[in-house]
Design a protein around this ligand. Sequence first.
Ligand SMILES: Cc1ncc(C[n+]2csc(CCOP(=O)(O)OP(=O)(O)O)c2C)c(N)n1
Length: 196
Amino acid sequence: MTVNLPLLDRRETVARLLRDRGELLVVSGLGSATYDVAAAGDDPRNFYLWGAMGGTAAMALGLALAQPERPVLAVTGDGDMLMGMGSLATIGAKRPSNLSVVVLDNEVYGETGAQPTAIAHGVDLVRVARGCGLEAPDDIRDMNGVGTLVERIHRSDGPLFANIKIDAREHARVLPARDGAWLRSRFREAVLGLAP
Ligand SMILES: Cc1ncc(C[n+]2csc(CCOP(=O)(O)OP(=O)(O)O)c2C)c(N)n1
């Protein structure tokens, strides 16, 4: 008999992911994932994507390769991850141990009206990630699993992939700054310090 557990709440999940974040650098996918990361507390070490759908994991890959001593976390939606699925292959080929990609999987394109994604039709991102050579636990469905994931993210023994099953409820938007040039400069300064 299949037991249908309640799905996780995205805000609670992201707040747990970012609690006691230490040195973590965060890249958030466009739309809801960015609002979740902002809701957990603005931080100069957050790089919010306001567009570039499909680009979150690739952006985090570049950052992880450039900053190999720091843990890097991509947080994004299943729609964004599906669009950028090829970047999982590049992550598998480059194998940055400090990179974690976390998908908040509500099986819909929430931002644009909750159209079902390919996940709703049976596509399995965990198997895709494993096939690309990433470490990937089974779909995460409870907060204990999120806690274990946080420990793994901070161990930097990846590359790590995790798919977290969340409910499709929309939350009030928490909008961080929208000026991309300013966000880039702020992030750069937080990571590299002020230019001489
Ligand atoms: C190339 C491109 N196609 C479509 C869009 C429109 N769009 C913006 S957010 C979004 C849905 C994102 O879905 P998902 O990543 O699953 O996040 P959710 O809001 O469901 O958490 C779409 C289709 C876009 N911004 N760019």
